[in-house]
Design a protein around this ligand. Structure first.
Ligand code: G3H
Ligand code: 13P
Ligand code: ZN
Length: 329
């Protein structure tokens, strides 16, 4: 993932990090990447790994990479909650892990700066030996509806961010600028602390920054769900324009889960409602796959990722092991 994000800094574009849980979702995302020639990150949460008993998801992710040899792709652990989870993901073959040391292992209670540094540095030391990239997080997101997040927002302090990266050696840093996970990010017009991105970027020009909670929750997707029997009220996400501004200011990894969920749910509801006789899951899962493809494709264009897949030759984990070794000297 380090190379993908470093290249994004050079090329001044953002890269989507899409949460995955099943085959259709992965295939929809990969079709979008392949057609738009976009590098990408596919990421598994702890919930996704539990749901799929790990191995199933691992092999689907590996299949995505094998099936698309011309697309730079990182297989990433999202919100690792402790050292062991990150170690397990590395053993599973992920090329990148996030240690979310901003929260304790329960993924709810805030940690101190020192506790965060301690666990993050430990993961970095271990992961780099295997050539694996590490994302850390400083500050916490709001939102508790998806089980990840403290419920109270603690924005990132830029001076702390600089110290944190120097003390831990993380490759990428997730900032808290007012976003949260899920479909209900704001009660009124979205306000994000964009200045934090610029300030951190000034202090850490070579560190790719990460924005969690970046789903846009498009009205068009919510409307389909509601039209076909769903009940999603007052949902609101991060407007694409804000994401584009964040990319300009230094965000390079853009985490998206909720929009994929909305696309899948709407497509299945619609298909089922219009085809009450359907019993073949391939029919409605196929529609879900198409909806994911469309949603992700437009993001790859909007984030500026499209067309960049061929800009460089992807590094292997062995290349990265050598890279991290040489950095230590
Ligand atoms: O980080 C949050 C993602 O949306 C993952 O959600 O834990 O329900 O899989 P999940
Ligand atoms: P959304 O809920 O906005 O899609 O955010 C996903 C995320 O940050 C995963 O880590
Ligand atoms: Zn997240």
């Amino acid at each position: 993932m380090k190379q993908i994000l470093d290249e994004a800094i050079k090329g001044e574009y953002g890269v989507g990090a899409f949460n995955v849980n099943n085959m259709e979702q992965i295939q929809g995302i990969m079709q979008a990447a392949s057609e738009t020639k976009s590098p990408l990150i596919i990421q598994a949460s702890r919930g996704a790994l539990k749901y799929t008993k790990m191995l199933y998801l691992k092999y689907l992710m590996v299949a995505a990479a094998e099936d698309n040899p011309d697309i730079p792709i990182a297989l990433h652990l999202d919100h690792g909650n402790n050292f062991e989870t990150c170690k397990q993901a590395i053993e599973l073959g992920f090329s990148s892990v996030m240690i979310d040391g901003s929260l304790k292992e329960d993924s709810k209670t805030h940690t101190t700066f020192e506790e965060n540094v301690e666990v993050t540095a430990k993961v970095v030391e271990y992961a780099h030996k295997f050539g694996v990239t590490v994302e850390g997080e400083l500050g916490t997101l709001g939102g508790i509806e998806d089980g990840v997040g403290s419920g109270s927002i603690l924005l990132t302090d830029p001076a702390d961010a600089e110290r944190f990266v120097k003390l831990t050696g993380v490759d990428a840093l997730a900032l808290a600028i007012g976003t949260s996970h899920g479909a209900y990010k704001f009660k009124q017009a979205p306000v994000l602390a964009m200045d934090i991105i610029s300030e951190v970027k000034k202090r850490l020009p070579d560190t790719p920054l990460v924005m969690h909670g970046s789903s846009s929750v498009p009205e068009s997707l919510v409307d389909i769900i509601n039209k076909y029997g769903g009940n999603i009220q007052h949902a609101m996400g991060v407007p694409i324009k804000s994401i584009q501004e964040a990319i300009k200011r230094g965000v390079k990894k853009i985490n998206v889960d909720t929009d994929g969920r909305l696309a899948i749910t709407g497509a299945i509801r619609k298909y089922m409602a219009e085809h009450p006789e359907v019993i073949d899951p391939r029919d409605y899962f196929g529609e879900a796959r198409k909806a994911v493809y469309e949603t992700v494709k437009s993001k790859m264009i909007d984030f500026g990722t499209a067309g960049h897949a061929g800009d460089y030759k992807p590094k292997t984990l062995s290349d990265m092991i050598e890279f991290y070794k040489s950095k230590q000297k």
